[in-house]
Design a protein around this ligand. Structure first.
Ligand code: GDP
Length: 302
C-alpha cells in the first residue's frame, strides 16, 4: 500500500498538469509565471490566493536573483507552506472532559467515515469515545452506526426517528455520567424537504449548550476536498450558522482541487480561514492525518 504522503501527492497532482511538473526543464521567465497562474486557478486556489502566492514568488525571484527553475519551485513550496500555516492547529483533545464535539457536513462529504477515523484516533490516544447518532432521518445510517459502535467499543446514543437535538442532549449527559473523554455529536447532512438544515444545526448547537454551558467545545465541518469552490461556499454557510472551530478535509488522495486550502487560507470569497485539524487521505480507518502546512505544500509541489 502506498504511503499516505504518496497518495496525497498523487491526489493533488491530478489537475492534468501537476504544479511540480511545470518546473521541469524550463527557463525562469514570464511564461512560467503564466503557467503557474493557470495551474493554481485550475486547482481552485482562487484569485486572492493565486495573486498572493505569485506576487510573493516574483518578489523572491527578483530579490534572490533565482534563475534555476528548481530553486523557484522550492521558493514557491516555502511560500505556500507559510500561506497555509495559519490553518494548522492541534486538536485540543484535553481541553474539557468530556470534550463535546459537534460534527456537520453535507451527505457524501465523508462524515460517517471521518467520525469512524476520529473515534479510532481518539481511542489510540487512550480516550473513551461516545457517539450521538444525530442523523435521525437516515434509519439505515443509524443502524450502521450502532453496529459499528458495538464492534469498536464506542457507545452510540440514538433514538429512532427522534429529535436530533434531544439525542445530542442525551449524549452530552450520558458522556458526563459515564466519564467519557470525548462525545461526538453527528448531525444530518440533508433533511427531508420543507425542513432547513441550518436551522436544525443551530438548534442542536443551542441544545448542547443547555446540557453543558461551555459546549460544544468544538464544531467541525467535514468537507470534500474534491469540491473546490463549492467547499468554500459550504464552509461559509456552515460557519455562519454554527460558528465552526475546525475542518476535516476529506478525499485529498483523489482530488484535483488541491488549491482549495490555499483559497481558505486567503479568505477567498469572504470565507473565514477556519483551521484544518485533519485531512482524509483514503477510505481506511487509519487514513486520517493531522494537517501540516509544510507537508501539504511539499505534496503539492514535489
Ligand atoms: P457521508 O454521507 O458524509 O457520511 O459520507 P461517507 O462517510 O459515507 O463517505 C462517502 C464516500 O466517500 C464513501 O465511499 C467513503 O469511503 C468515501 N471517503 C470518505 N473519506 C474519504 C477519503 O479521505 N478518501 C477517499 N478516497 N474516500 C473517502
Amino acid at each position: 500500500k502506498m504511503s499516505w504522503m504518496a497518495r496525497l501527492k498523487q491526489g493533488l497532482s491530478k489537475t492534468g498538469q501537476s504544479l511540480g511538473g511545470l518546473f521541469v526543464g524550463v527557463k525562469v521567465d514570464e511564461n512560467l509565471f503564466e503557467e503557474l497562474e493557470t495551474a493554481l486557478i485550475m486547482a481552485d486556489a482562487g484569485v486572492e490566493a493565486t495573486n498572493h502566492l505569485l506576487t510573493a514568488l516574483r518578489t523572491k525571484v527578483r530579490k534572490d536573483r533565482l534563475t534555476d527553475a528548481e530553486q523557484v519551485k522550492a521558493a514557491l513550496r516555502d511560500i505556500l507552506a507559510e500561506h497555509l500555516r495559519p490553518l494548522e492547529k492541534n486538536f485540543p483533545i484535553d481541553a474539557a472532559k468530556p470534550l463535546i464535539v459537534m460534527i456537520a457536513g453535507v451527505n457524501g462529504a465523508g462524515k460517517t467515515t471521518s467520525i469512524g477515523k476520529l473515534a479510532n484516533t481518539f481511542q489510540q490516544q487512550g480516550k473513551s469515545v461516545l457517539l450521538a447518532a444525530g442523523d435521525t432521518f437516515r434509519a439505515a445510517a443509524r443502524e450502521q452506526l450502532i453496529a459499528w459502535g458495538a464492534r469498536n467499543n464506542v457507545t452510540v446514543i440514538s433514538q429512532e426517528g427522534g429529535d436530533p437535538a434531544a439525542v445530542a442532549f442525551d449524549a452530552v449527559n450520558a458522556g458526563r455520567a459515564r466519564g467519557a473523554d470525548v462525545v461526538m455529536v453527528d448531525t444530518a447532512g440533508r433533511l427531508p424537504t420543507q425542513l432547513h438544515l441550518m436551522e436544525e444545526l443551530k438548534k442542536i448547537r443551542r441544545v448542547i449548550g443547555k446540557a453543558d454551558g461551555n459546549a460544544p467545545h468544538e464544531v467541525l465541518l467535514v468537507v470534500d476536498g474534491n469540491t473546490g469552490q463549492n467547499a468554500i461556499a459550504q464552509i461559509r454557510a456552515f460557519d455562519a450558522a454554527i460558528n465552526l472551530t475546525g475542518l476535516v478535509v476529506t478525499k485529498l488522495d483523489g482530488t484535483a482541487k488541491g488549491g482549495t486550502l490555499a483559497a481558505v487560507a486567503a479568505g477567498s470569497q469572504g470565507v473565514r480561514p477556519v483551521p484544518v485539524y485533519w485531512i482524509g487521505v483514503g477510505e481506511g480507518i487509519e487514513d486520517l492525518q493531522p494537517f501540516v502546512a509544510a507537508e501539504f505544500a511539499a505534496a503539492l509541489l514535489d
